[in-house]
Design a protein around this ligand. Structure first.
Ligand SMILES: Cc1cc2nc3c(=O)[nH]c(=O)nc-3n(C[C@H](O)[C@H](O)[C@H](O)COP(=O)(O)OP(=O)(O)OC[C@H]3O[C@@H](n4cnc5c(N)ncnc54)[C@H](O)[C@@H]3O)c2cc1C
Ligand code: FES
Length: 258
């Protein structure tokens, strides 16, 4: 893990992707370090008397020549709502880069990336940077409705794109673990990566374990400090209790007591 920094970034873009998801891009005046898919930033929510703790967000895009980082924020509660109200020119104080990223696959490996809800962000970042031939990369994204699938069209160029929606309005109807690419033959993949709601990741992990396929998941345990000090993000593993913020958020499923 590289050195962490606490830095002010300037907001250079904030746009709504749909009714509840926002794309926020921030720029640093300093050169960005190497940032890996699966790592996250911890953002101070400014001007809020109710939100004291920083909120963690996965890194979605990085531009090292422009020193920018983009995140996708889904409005859930007070912190995320307040964050989506930032304006171009506002200052955001960010602790980064946090956590350990995904294992980058070899170029001849066939992989399946699974993202649900806000877990889509690190999967899209991984699909962009892992540099696989598109025929080896499969991206399966799950959401409640077609409208919830945001900012994904450009990812067609990185691999095969599959969707599920709970209402059947885009892709196959149901959960990601019910999609035919998932149910047909998991052994066809060398590596599976997943990020999303707890129940989704547990279901993915169960099937990946049964098929004996390498699988990493990125956990979204509630966090406070983000740097392994407060112990509020603990996850039991076969190696004892681990801090999701500093030992994760990415874990191999065989380490987890699921
Ligand atoms: C490593 C990591 C990466 C993340 N990446 C993203 C991202 O890319 N985009 C994004 O939109 N969000 C992401 N999150 C979640 C984001 O940090 C939460 O949305 C945020 O903490 C919610 O804060 P809030 O102040 O809006 O909600 P709060 O007011 O704190 O909580 C509102 C309600 O939501 C529940 N809640 C809070 N956080 C979560 C959670 N993570 N999962 C389930 N329920 C929760 C609370 O228990 C409460 O009931 C990530 C979380 C982690 C740990
Ligand atoms: S959030 Fe404080 S130890 Fe992980």
């Amino acid at each position: 893990m590289g050195k962490k920094a606490v830095q002010d970034f300037i907001v250079i873009e904030n746009r709504a992707l749909n009714s509840s998801n926002f794309y926020i891009k921030v720029k640093s005046e300093f050169k960005l370090p190497d940032l890996k898919p699966g790592q996250f930033v911890n953002i101070d929510i400014k001007d809020s008397s109710e939100v004291f703790l920083r909120r963690p967000f996965s890194i979605f895009e990085v531009n090292t020549s422009e020193n920018t980082i983009a995140i996708i924020v889904k409005v859930l509660g007070r912190g995320s709502k307040k964050l989506t109200e930032v304006k171009v020119g506002d200052v955001c104080n960010i602790v980064f880069p946090l956590g350990k990223g995904f294992t980058i696959p070899q170029s001849d490996e066939r992989i399946l990336l699974i993202g649900g809800g806000s877990g889509v962000a690190p999967m899209l970042f991984l699909s962009k940077v892992c540099g696989l031939p598109p025929e080896n990369l499969n991206l399966l994204l799950g959401a409640r409705t077609g409208e919830d699938h945001v900012n994904v069209d450009e990812y067609k160029k990185y691999g095969n794109l599959y969707f599920t929606t709970e209402d059947g309005s885009l892709g196959e109807k149901g959960f990601v673990t019910q999609h035919s690419i998932f149910t047909s033959n998991l052994k066809a993949f060398d590596k599976i990566y997943a990020c999303g709601p707890d129940a989704m990741m547990k279901a993915v992990a169960k099937e990946a374990k049964a098929a004996n396929v390498f699988c990493e998941v990125s956990l979204e345990n509630l966090m406070a400090c983000g740097i392994g000090v407060c112990l509020c993000c603990i996850e039991p593993t076969i190696h004892g209790n681990k801090c999701v913020c500093s030992d994760g958020p990415v874990f191999n499923i065989n380490e987890l007591k699921w």
